[in-house]
Design a protein around this ligand. Structure first.
Ligand code: SAM
Length: 279
């Protein structure tokens, strides 16, 4: 486990993922009924954009930094921008909130979050980042096993974020299996899974597997910051959602075209939104 999100915090993939996450959280809070959130691969929760890691990679400069102060950004990005501002309450913009902190900050008195992180060092930082949020819990455990163990939640209303590091060659298979297993246990749950756009065939096989599993309301939202035909490596990233097309389609319909222009890193930047199965 070498992956450390500190090098990538605030990059184009985080902007896409956290913008959609913030839209979903806002939508779920529109109803009083309690929400259980499960963040299976949580990371350390909070990232210092002035750290050696962040400065060395410079990834946030081509990501969140291009968006945060842009007056022309679409209104659908506001929940995400609000989350960024809340993490920098003292002013300035040096702290990037990871997914568990974005979720924890959105919890109401009736909601709760379990955030899983397998790397002990990252998990200990996560526990510290979540300490102020009494309804949020950090656990040092395998997030895929947590999908099996913690679903369905007693609340019967919930959001599952699956955001693995894709260090292992079989990550698409592991994630696909966890999604199918999670959905079978909790078919009314909202699921949001992130994946890299590196190998088109692997992403297509993942889509086909989920679409073929009998799951309804599956949609993908993809952002290419450069052409996939270019040099090897990540040309962008995608999100696969279940039971979330109603709030996400409209929001991503304005967020994706905007990010495609704003976060482009070369020729061939593009976006794609695809309904894999009907509601
Ligand atoms: C992409 S990062 C998570 C970023 C975070 N979701 C965010 O958006 O701020 C993936 C994290 O998963 C952790 N990880 C790897 N395998 C795991 C597993 N099986 N269960 C839980 N965490 C795992 C890694 O240590 C890493 O911190």
């Amino acid at each position: 486990m070498n992956y450390r999100h500190a090098f990538h915090a605030g990059n184009h993939a985080d902007v896409l993922k956290h913008a959609a996450l913030a839209v979903l959280l806002n939508h779920m809070k529109a109803k009083e009924k309690a929400v259980f959130a499960l963040d299976t691969h949580a990371g350390r929760g909070s990232y210092d954009l002035t750290s050696t890691e962040a400065m060395r990679s410079g990834e946030s400069r081509h990501g969140v930094a291009r968006v945060i102060d842009d007056p022309a950004r679409p209104a659908a990005l506001e929940p995400y921008i609000d989350a960024l501002r809340a993490a920098n309450a003292g002013g300035g913009f040096e702290v990037y909130p990871g997914s568990p902190v974005i979720i924890a900050a959105a919890l109401r008195a009736q909601d709760r979050l379990t955030a899983c992180e397998l790397n002990p060092r990252e998990s200990s930082a996560l526990a510290e980042a979540l300490y102020p949020y009494v309804r949020a819990r950090a656990e040092t455990r395998d997030g895929y096993a947590a999908v099996k163990a913690l679903l369905p939640p007693p609340e019967r209303r919930g959001l599952v974020l699956i955001d693995p590091p894709f260090e292992k060659p079989d990550e698409f298979e592991a994630m696909g299996q966890a999604i199918i297993q999670g959905w079978k246990r909790f078919p009314t749950g909202v699921f949001l899974a992130w994946y890299p756009l590196k190998d088109g065939a692997a992403a297509a096989a993942f889509h086909a597997r989920i679409a073929g599993a009998g799951i309804g309301d599956v949609t993908t939202y993809e952002l290419f910051v450069r052409s996939p035909e270019g040099p090897a490596g990540m040309a962008g990233s995608g999100l696969l959602s279940i039971n979330a097309s109603y709030p996400l389609d409209a929001a991503m319909g304005s967020i994706l075209p905007y990010l495609t222009v704003r976060l482009a890193q070369g020729a061939g930047a593009a976006w794609r939104m695809e309904r894999l199965t009907a509601e």
